[in-house]
Design a protein around this ligand. Structure first.
Ligand code: PEP
Ligand code: MN
Length: 337
């Protein structure tokens, strides 16, 4: 981080600033040019409050040279993170498909979908029990009964379960869930992120509707700063000016995240596309870009789905998608394990 000082800044005030920064554990490199004086901060600047520095009247500008996230940063953790969950490993070199209905609707629906996606090659069962809906009048999920059905489906199929947690007050209730999903709308629910940081549960952190990659990594940092390093990032499309698609899948997020972070990256083409026919081409793009897995919405009768039916694949469409996924991931030397 560098601090550019205002011209003719009083020496005493500059010294006070230098002392303050040093007290925060930083070494300061003072460089006086013909026109500008620059202070170079050397050390861990992730906890330095940029706004506070900017508010100092001797400061003209503050620029970060390194990223504000540390635990999630590949620079400090060059090796890829692998997460062991439900007898599988998620991370670079492996490829997992997390599939299931947007929301758990009934025993028959969930068991039918779970058995079918397993037969097609999915390695995790996803399903929402608590649904964050835009309208309070829409179906909100079966809640605790939905969680019970997910446990039953896991018992029958052996598939580990992934479901969305909306509040830190639910941590006990979600104790035996294999992967806790933090939805796009809660990506910056900092109390929830901090509470998840105090657990050792794998967390699937979805990207916020209009979050930058850095904001997203800072949310991962909240969880990791608490000691929980089991974070999986999930790109699900972002809002743009485009109206012909639900969200724009940001495929460039995959190589970007892979270069800036060591965390596994999963793509959710269903919420990006918003429409079933586009799920497969986006899934192919995800594999080509280097994602470590996919999260796909599947329903036994999409037309009758209580949530996100338009983007849900039916059982046959999912089986076909999995053939394509297997062919392409095998070519890349990746498998589910
Ligand atoms: C979901 O996975 O069903 C969901 C609600 O996704 P998102 O949080 O990405 O909108
Ligand atoms: Mn959904």
């Amino acid at each position: 981080m560098i601090i550019i000082l205002k011209q003719n800044a009083p020496e005493q005030r500059v010294q006070a600033l230098i002392d303050d920064v040093k007290q925060q554990g930083m070494t300061v490199h003072y460089s006086q040019g013909a026109e500008t004086t620059i202070l170079g901060l050397i050390g861990d600047t992730s906890r330095v409050d940029e706004d506070k520095l900017r508010a100092n009247d001797v400061v003209f500008d503050v620029r970060r040279i390194s990223e504000p996230y540390k635990a999630a940063n590949r620079r400090f953790h060059p090796m890829d993170t692998h997460i062991s969950v439900g007898g599988h490993t998620i991370g670079e070199g492996f490829f997992h498909v997390l599939a299931g209905p947007c929301s758990v609707e009934s025993e028959e629906q969930l068991l039918t979908v779970a058995q079918s996606v397993k037969a097609s090659g999915a390695t995790f069962l996803r399903g929402g029990a608590f649904k964050p809906r835009t309208s309070p009048y829409s179906f909100q999920g079966l809640e605790a009964d939905g969680l019970a059905l997910l446990r039953e489906a896991r018992k029958i199929t052996g598939l580990p379960i992934v479901t969305e947690i909306m509040s830190e007050a639910q941590l006990d209730e979600f104790e035996d869930v294999d992967i806790l999903q933090v939805g796009a709308r809660n990506m910056q629910n900092f109390r929830l992120l901090k509470a998840l940081g105090r657990t050792n549960k794998p967390v699937l952190l979805k990207r916020g509707l209009s979050a930058t990659v850095e904001e997203w990594l800072m949310s991962a940092e909240y969880i990791m700063a608490g000691g929980n390093e089991n974070v999986i990032l999930c790109e699900r499309g972002v809002r743009t000016f485009e109206t012909m698609i639900r969200n724009n899948l940001d495929i460039s997020a995959v190589p970007l995240l892979k270069s800036h972070s060591h965390l596994p990256v999963i793509i959710d083409p269903s919420h990006a596309a918003g429409i079933a026919w586009m799920v497969e081409p986006l899934a192919r793009a995800a594999i080509a870009a280097g994602a470590d897995g996919l999260m796909i919405e599947v329903h036994n009768n999409p037309k009758a789905a209580l949530c996100d039916g338009a983007q849900s694949l039916d059982l046959d469409q999912f089986a076909n998608l999995m053939k394509e996924v297997r062919r392409r991931t095998e070519f890349e030397g990746k498998s589910a394990d």
